[in-house]
Design a protein around this ligand. Structure first.
Ligand SMILES: *Cc1c(COP(=O)(O)O)cnc(C)c1O
Length: 421
């Protein structure tokens, strides 16, 4: 029998890694730019100038948050586009100057925006290396060191994983790479660029590109209470990169097309608010996360945690100042011997929204490549459930989930057990 508990009146949304609601303050900042200050930023009259002014302010706000120069920021239509620009943009520039295809290294647990871009380059003749991760999802630096060759052009390692919350040792990698590139320059080899997909890191991790030591960094708005289809690529001055979208020459020729002024304004406001609340919100979410995980293990037998152990270990990443090994809002567990989709739908009937394995499950029924990369079985990957907390999540919400979830799991396991005759 299912738990005799009334469905929650409040939507208990535990899928913040998939997307977040727009913060009302962000909406307010965006509003004037649809109906009043709607001018094309390329126009010279007043309301056009208002647009270009707003974009300039947004760029400066974000530059301050990520410690870059304003002109190193290119606005795009989201994380996927920024990643495509980083990967194909660097690849095209290399092909043009070297008259040959090169080699790119990434981790096996990257977002599909990275992996499928690399598939496309592979089909064109590029060499691609996907690095194994350890059982908690961390990239192994010695494997990375071994993977590079004289024609390596780019390393792309995500800052934080969207499924299991692992935060990769970006600063450790960039410290090594800096020395490696010095050696390469003596040997007259082209430098290796370092791109990080920071879509999941916004709001909890340090986005300072100087400290991170990256050449390219992808950020989007939709995971951080900003508008969907907004994002940016940080491109360090001097990086050899070609545009993907040609036209009117906006964004200093790196991304043509009339600018999404409300989107850009919204992205900047979302990043500003996320940055401001980061410390306090991290603390709150880490406490909630660890409480939730502990209680799940007390109340449901036969489950495993996917991703880094909690509480966060102080890892031996030499160059990181503040180390969070798992995203504060991420819980990913495999609940064996149940149908994950059935569980998701039962939880939905109680007004709880979660996701199975990867968020893109309606378009991709394959078992999660991330869980498999941890060395887990297909059964484990199929049984993975992701709960990602956010601003609206309270301890009462978690207690409500804890009240209904064990009962649903028990019931699903009961009906899943083959009858004996
Ligand atoms: C969501 C996400 C993306 C894609 O971003 P969009 O804005 O949806 O295009 C890329 N990488 C990671 C890690 C993500 O979580």
């Amino acid at each position: 029998m299912l738990p005799q508990v009334k469905p929650s009146k409040k939507l208990i949304y535990l899928d913040h890694a998939a997307t977040t609601p727009l913060n009302p303050r962000v909406k307010k900042a965006m509003e004037p730019f649809w109906t009043q200050q709607f001018g094309n930023p390329s126009s010279l009259y007043k309301i056009g100038r208002k647009g270009i002014e707003a974009i300039g302010n947004a760029r400066r706000t974000i530059a301050q948050i990520i410690s870059s120069r304003p002109e190193e920021i290119v606005f795009t239509a989201g994380g996927t586009e920024s990643i495509n620009l980083a990967i194909f943009g660097v690849a095209r520039a290399y092909e043009l100057s070297h008259k040959q295809k090169g080699h790119i290294v990434a981790s096996a647990i990257e977002h599909h925006a990275v992996l499928h871009s690399l598939d496309a380059l592979k089909a064109e003749g590029w060499k691609i290396t996907l690095l194994n991760v350890d059982q908690e999802g961390f990239v192994k630096l010695d494997e990375l060191k071994k993977s590079i060759s004289k024609d390596t052009v780019l390393i792309s390692i995500m800052y934080a994983n969207n499924e299991i919350g692992t935060t990769e040792p970006i600063t450790t990698i960039s410290h090594w790479l800096k020395k490696e590139n010095e050696k390469r320059s003596i040997k007259k080899l082209t430098p290796i660029y370092f791109h990080t997909d920071a879509c999941q890191a916004v709001g909890s991790l340090d986005l300072n590109v100087q400290k991170l030591g990256v050449d390219l960094m992808t950020i989007n708005g939709s995971k951080t209470y900003g508008p969907k289809q907004t994002g940016l690529l940080y491109i360090k001055t001097g990086t050899k990169i070609r545009p993907l979208i040609y036209g009117g020459g906006q964004e200093k020729n790196m991304r043509s097309g009339t600018e999404n002024v409300p989107g850009i304004v919204g992205l900047a406001e979302a990043l500003r608010l996320a940055d401001k609340d980061k410390q306090i919100e991290n603390k709150r979410l880490i406490a909630l996360r660890d409480y939730f995980i502990t209680q799940l293990f007390k109340r449901i037998p036969n489950i495993t945690l996917n991703g880094p152990a909690v509480p966060d270990k102080k890892l031996s990443f030499k160059h990181s100042s503040e180390v969070i090994s798992r995203l504060p809002n991420n819980i990913n567990i495999s609940i064996l011997s149940i149908d994950g989709e059935a569980l998701l739908l039962y939880l939905d009937s109680y007004n709880i929204a979660v996701s199975t394995g990867s968020a893109c499950s309606t378009t991709n029924p394959d078992p999660s490549h991330v869980i498999l990369a941890l060395g887990r079985s297909t059964e484990h990957a199929d049984a993975a459930m992701r709960f990602t907390l956010g601003k609206s999540t309270t301890k009462q919400d978690i207690n409500y989930v804890l009240k209904v979830l064990p009962g649903i799991v028990a019931e699903l396991r009961r009906i899943n057990t083959p009858m004996s005759y």
